[in-house]
Design a protein around this ligand. Structure first.
Ligand SMILES: CC(C)(COP(=O)(O)OP(=O)(O)OC[C@H]1O[C@@H](n2cnc3c(N)ncnc32)[C@H](O)[C@@H]1OP(=O)(O)O)[C@@H](O)C(=O)NCCC(=O)NCCS
Length: 170
């Protein structure tokens, strides 16, 4: 399948939001999706972007399907005190009917190119334990499971705990 990978634009946010809901559903976490396409657009395409995103789009020559998005990689840059500049891959998704055709790898490869161009030395991401297919997929790209190798836990502090910590009791 011929597809192009390009930076997402604000106009893609409705479609992107649909795919974000699909991957949340895949993880049985639809209730945890609190953002909408307006938030996604403001956070990614406003004055102080919090993330970057690449989308896979069917190539124009696929008659009648121009502009049809079939996957995305959403990521942002960060810093490791051990290794320096890193990229964090928040989400990688290819719609079910387009999987196994090299699109996920193409998206990952483009994120890797952008990361290397910005001096990053690592790409980090988390994978659900039950998602053995995705784990195997990342492994064949050369990724290492840090939970398995070093016992690292993925920890979050959010909602009321975060507000309490900040002294804000709204
Ligand atoms: C994981 C996902 C992004 C992969 O995208 P994809 O487009 O289906 O994968 P690709 O077609 O690019 O895979 C390319 C390579 O991986 C190999 N591969 C595919 N599935 C594999 C698997 N389960 N285990 C090992 N290798 C696999 C292919 O043989 C191919 O190798 P090659 O380039 O040497 O020929 C996609 O399946 C997906 O969106 N899954 C559901 C959501 C998800 O789990 N996302 C990750 C959340 S952390």
């Amino acid at each position: 399948m011929e597809c192009i990978v390009r930076p997402a634009q604000s106009a893609d946010c409705d479609h992107l939001m649909g795919m974000i809901r699909e991957i949340a559903e895949y993880h049985n976490l639809l209730d945890e999706v609190k953002i909408n396409s307006q938030v996604l657009s403001a956070d990614g395409f406003g004055g102080d972007p919090f993330y970057q995103c690449l989308v896979a789009e069917l190539a124009p020559e696929q008659e009648g399907k121009q502009g049809h998005l079939i996957g995305y990689a959403l990521f942002f840059f960060g810093y490791s005190v051990n290794t320096g500049r890193i990229v964090y891959l928040e989400n990688l998704y290819v719609v079910s009917e387009s999987r196994g055709q090299g699109i996920g790898k193409k998206l990952m490869s483009e994120v890797a190119k952008l990361a290397l161009a910005r001096g990053c030395v690592e790409m980090k991401f988390t994978v659900a334990e039950w998602n053995v297919r995705a784990l195997a997929w990342y492994r064949q790209l050369g990724a290492q499971d840090k939970t398995e190798a070093g016992g690292w836990h993925c920890v979050e502090l959010g909602g009321e705990a975060l507000q309490r910590l900040a002294g804000d009791r709204r």
